[in-house]
Design a protein around this ligand. Structure first.
Ligand code: FES
Length: 108
């Protein structure tokens, strides 16, 4: 059994002006909101969910992005409601959110 049931990594990287960059598209707010929601739902900690900052995940063109392990599910999102849905559906109930999944061909 793994230490955390789910690990979600948010790219908070800031790339130079003019380049696709998660930091320019609300990544910090999404990270902060996710961390708060996971804690409020009682999901944080060993056996539960860990929300982590990450540097560039090399999928900048789809940013902001986050990835959930061990499921290898990549997400892109727009607002806090999207984060709420990821927390409720995937991190709490184990049902990935199809509509927010990052298309497989999106790279840097
Ligand atoms: S800047 Fe976020 S994936 Fe590269």
């Amino acid at each position: 059994m793994s230490y955390f049931r789910h690990h979600i990594f948010f790219c908070l990287n800031e790339r130079p002006a003019g380049q696709a960059s998660c930091a320019h598209n609300g990544a910090q707010d999404a990270f902060d909101h996710c961390k708060a929601r996971v804690k409020a739902e009682g999901l944080a900690g060993p056996g539960g969910v860990r929300v982590n900052k990450a540097g560039c995940l090399d999928r900048c063109a789809g940013g902001p992005v986050a990835v959930v392990y061990p499921d290898e599910t990549w997400y892109t999102f727009v607002d806090r409601e999207d984060i709420d849905e990821i927390v409720e559906s995937h991190l709490k109930n184990g049902r990935p959110v199809e509509r927010l999944m990052l298309p497989p061909d999106i790279g840097r």
